[in-house]
Design a protein around this ligand. Structure first.
Ligand code: 13P
Ligand code: SF4
Length: 356
């Protein structure tokens, strides 16, 4: 639906009044009405870098979800404030790994005598205290754009016996280890935080190379291999393009797999007349379809919904946050405590220092 013209005018006026003081970051999964006001759009990796590269902006308004705003706070100067227009914009995947659960898992790895070989890698889509945990234990952060490089780095840390504890998205971890690094599915085990010892025997832990946390994205995890098979049968020239947060069965049936930046680049470079079914967040797929009317672009599965938390950032919340700034009220500040920040930054910096 078209945006409320009064709210659009108010957003424009507030942004103009704030001038250089405010910088608006928009994740690709945001609504069109919000993306229209973003100074920069990107995937989580690009946005983390962009936040760090804007020391002149007093306020970073982060149109995305909580873990992204936390990362921006960690990477920006202490004088800068990061604002999340709706504090309820969390991420169900990030919520699937709590610090106490991860610490319990680590204790179990110590008890099993394997912790010295384990490098913890956390997907950007995790809370700041999980990133700090990884920083403290010699690990790093990764995103869907650099998971392969991050895993290669991790596996070099303790020689041939290295194991990786991958948090919190089992699908990104499995897809990257198997499809990019050439591990077998048998090299991967899944740690279930709700079971004693993760539901794994010490023999399984000893043999595993990838210990995958039992988390998933509630959007990407819902695409099914059956829909891919059906599409292939009915639209013979269709190309399937999916995000690596999708299940392994979906990713192995796809033609191409990659981060949101990769998906956008692929569609931009695709020839006119080509047909694509895209398995990622619906706001992005719709925007790509609208921007490329010369290509046939469909959403991979009509039963999958928008990311509910990404969609919480809407024009009313955006206007509210900006107008408060104009009035001198800094609302919805995301602030990571100093100790967590210190170690999370270590893990984030290891990611930013990776080659490529
Ligand atoms: P990227 O931005 O790294 O592609 O991650 C996708 C996602 O699910 C963000 O919430
Ligand atoms: Fe979290 Fe998935 Fe939504 Fe991204 S798309 S914010 S991973 S629930």
């Amino acid at each position: 639906p078209a945006s409320d013209p009064d709210l659009v005018a108010r957003a424009r006026a507030a942004k103009e009044a704030l001038g250089e003081k405010v910088f608006v970051l928009g994740h690709h999964y945001q609504r069109d009405e919000v993306i229209a006001f973003a100074d920069v759009t990107g995937d989580s990796f690009k946005l983390a870098r962009e936040a760090a590269a804007r020391p002149e902006a007093e306020y970073i308004v982060f149109c995305g979800v909580h873990f992204m705003a936390e990362s921006a706070d960690i990477l920006t100067a202490d004088t800068q404030r990061v604002i999340l227009p709706d504090l309820a914009a969390g991420c169900s995947m990030a919520d699937m790994a709590r610090l106490a659960q991860v610490e319990d898992a680590w204790d179990a790895l110590v008890e099993a005598g394997v912790a010295d070989q384990v490098v913890p890698i956390t997907y950007m889509n995790s809370s700041a205290d999980i990133k700090a945990f990884c920083g403290r234990h010699g690990g790093a952060v990764c995103t869907s754009s650099n998971a392969e490089v991050a895993l290669r780095w991790a596996f070099e840390q303790h020689g041939p016996d290295t194991k990786v504890l991958f948090l919190p998205d089992q699908h990104l971890g499995r897809n990257t280890a198997v499809l990019e690094l050439g591990h077998s599915l048998d090299d991967c085990v899944v740690w279930n935080p709700f079971r004693t010892s993760g539901g794994l025997t010490s023999a399984q832990l000893a043999d595993a190379r990838m210990i995958l946390w039992r988390g998933h994205c509630s959007v990407h995890g819902r695409f099914s291999e059956h829909v891919v098979d059906e599409l292939r049968a009915t639209v013979p020239d269709i190309q399937i393009l999916v995000h690596p947060e999708c299940k392994h069965e979906v990713v192995t049936r796809a033609d191409l797999v990659g981060s949101t930046e990769f998906i956008i680049r692929t569609i931009e470079n695709a020839p006119a007349g080509s047909s694509w079914a895209i398995g990622t967040e619906l706001n992005l797929v719709q925007r790509l379809a609208n921007a490329h009317p010369d290509k046939r672009i469909v959403f991979l599965d009509k039963t999958v919904c928008y990311c509910a938390t990404m969609n919480r950032i809407d024009l009313p919340h955006f206007v509210w946050a900006l107008e408060n700034l104009v009035a001198g009220n800094v609302v919805n500040v995301i602030e990571v405590d100093a100790e967590t920040q210190k170690w999370a930054e270590v893990a984030l910096q290891r990611m930013l220092d990776l080659p490529g």
